[in-house]
Design a protein around this ligand. Structure first.
Ligand code: PLP
Length: 461
């Protein structure tokens, strides 16, 4: 299996190389040269298997020879062993034909754990064999950072630096990043918003001298291995509702477009998905893009679903690449235009996107109302991100069962939840002392040189 860049100018890589690299050297994102498919019989054969067994069958064809079957099996087994639910990704019914896929039973209580725990083990396996050390730098709107730290803390051949927007993540999110005691963990509070953090990260990847000196590796949702790990729960949930004999649709609370792009890959592999519905909060660039065909940046307005407070959805580039018939030059040109604020998507490409994706948005009031409605109707307490999904999903219910992804545990956002439905959302027992642990964080300006200097000093490379 080979991986190519969405901008067509970077070297073709193996799975392991693409995973260790993250962002392609031409600024693009790696995607598989061809997407392997599963027949209806193979999909039907997933019924009744464990999450780990489905994960192996779905991911194996993408991974290639660098990992043996035994190594991959071991990575998958270790990745999900620490989850607080035997099903890993259990499904709950909300109403007739509407289901909630709970993706928050991992160690940091958000769906990011599904991918990050796995790639922690894949990185470790690969680096031990290669005898190499790397520096992981990630940008986070809250949940990626804690998931990455949890996955890489204490590993010998990895230093992990996480950039998060100062003052714009929840207390639980921040403490999950600032309280680990391992010396290889570095939480950096940036004076800026999430897009600034993401932009500085991209700058570091495009600064090849720095990139090579510190052995820079990226684990943001642009990392192909993360997208791949997320494909699995589309299969387990769809099969549990009757796929391949019955179609399903998904609604996905969306920020960087990584999670929903995994659904697109599942669909390409042959899973009978009718529609993938993009649910955005008031930062609704993707919803506007689907409506108007113009991808136009606007400022980020902080919301009660902060992990979706994003304007530049990096993974959208992967969908564009397919929408333009995999023409890297066209994608590169559009991304160049984006530097000036916006680009216009061709009619053909828009038709391609609208065939697969629908979209909707939820305002702050609508998000709070959705938390309250779900609690009134079912007794379940959901987080604000999941509530954005539920609100938008309700607008797209039909004959086909709808699965809404519940992306975080309500305890990560207790204030918003309490305000919306009056309920406390306690942390699970295994992290109930989070607020007693000591914090360790470095405040940094939104400045590339300052951040690079700090990383040089801390790693000694
Ligand atoms: C990261 C995140 C999202 C957005 O996922 P993308 O893959 O960036 O679209 C939604 N909800 C929560 C809780 C998250 O942590």
């Amino acid at each position: 299996m080979k991986y190519v860049s969405t901008r067509g100018q970077a070297p073709v890589l193996s799975f392991e190389e693409a995973m260790l690299t993250g962002l392609a050297r031409d600024g693009g994102l790696y995607v598989p040269e061809t997407v392997p498919t599963m027949s209806a019989d193979e999909i039907a054969g997933l019924a009744g298997l464990s999450y780990e067994e489905v994960a192996f069958k779905v991911m194996r064809p993408f991974i290639g020879e660098e990992f043996t079957d035994r190594e991959l099996e071991a990575c998958i087994r270790h990745a999900y062993a620490g989850f607080g639910h035997a099903a890993r990704a259990p499904i709950k019914q909300l109403a007739a034909n509407h289901f909630l896929l709970e993706l928050f039973h991992g160690p940091t209580l958000a769906f990011k754990d599904f991918a990050m725990q796995l790639i922690g083990h894949l990185f470790q396996t690969a680096l031990e064999k290669r005898g190499e050390k790397i520096t992981i730098v990630g940008a986070t709107s809250g949940d990626t950072g804690s998931a990455a730290i949890e996955a890489f803390r204490g590993l010998d051949n990895v230093d992990v630096f996480i950039l998060f927007p100062h003052g714009r993540v929840s207390d639980v999110q921040r403490r999950q990043m600032t309280t680990p005691v391992e010396g290889n963990v570095h939480a950096l509070a940036v004076d800026g918003d999430f897009d600034d953090c993401q932009a500085r990260l991209k700058d570091m990847f495009n600064h090849f001298e720095f990139r090579d000196a510190v052995g820079l590796a990226g684990v943001n949702s642009i990392n192909w291995a993360r997208v791949l790990a997320q494909v699995v729960y589309y299969f387990t949930s769809a099969v549990s509702l009757g796929a391949p004999h019955r179609k399903v649709s998904f609604t996905v609370p969306t920020g960087n477009f990584g999670d929903i792009f995994a659904g697109y890959i599942a669909r390409e592999m042959g899973l009978p998905i009718e529609k993938l519905v993009i649910a955005t909060n008031q930062n609704d660039i993707l919803h506007r893009t689907l409506e108007t065909g113009v991808y136009a940046k606007a400022g980020v307005t902080p919301s009660i679903s902060p992990s979706m407070d994003i304007q530049v959805s990096s993974n959208f580039e992967r969908a564009l690449f397919d929408a333009y018939g995999r023409d890297g030059a066209v994608v590169a040109k559009q991304m160049e235009d984006l530097a000036n604020g916006e680009f216009k998507i061709s009619q053909g490409a828009m038709e391609f996107l609208r065939e697969v994706f629908n979209s909707g948005r939820a305002s702050e009031d609508e998000t709070r109302a959705a938390i309250k409605d779900v609690h009134d109707e079912t007794g379940e307490v959901i987080c604000p991100h999941s509530a954005v999904g539920v609100k938008v999903a309700k607008e797209h219910l039909g004959a086909v069962p709808m699965i809404t992804l519940a992306t975080a545990h309500p305890a990560k956002f207790p204030d918003a939840v309490k305000e919306a439905c009056g309920m406390d959302a306690p942390l699970p027992g295994r992290m109930s002392d989070l607020f007693e642990r000591e914090e360790r964080v470095t405040r940094v300006p939104n400045d590339l040189t300052a951040i690079e200097t700090l990383i040089h000093n801390r790693t000694g490379r």
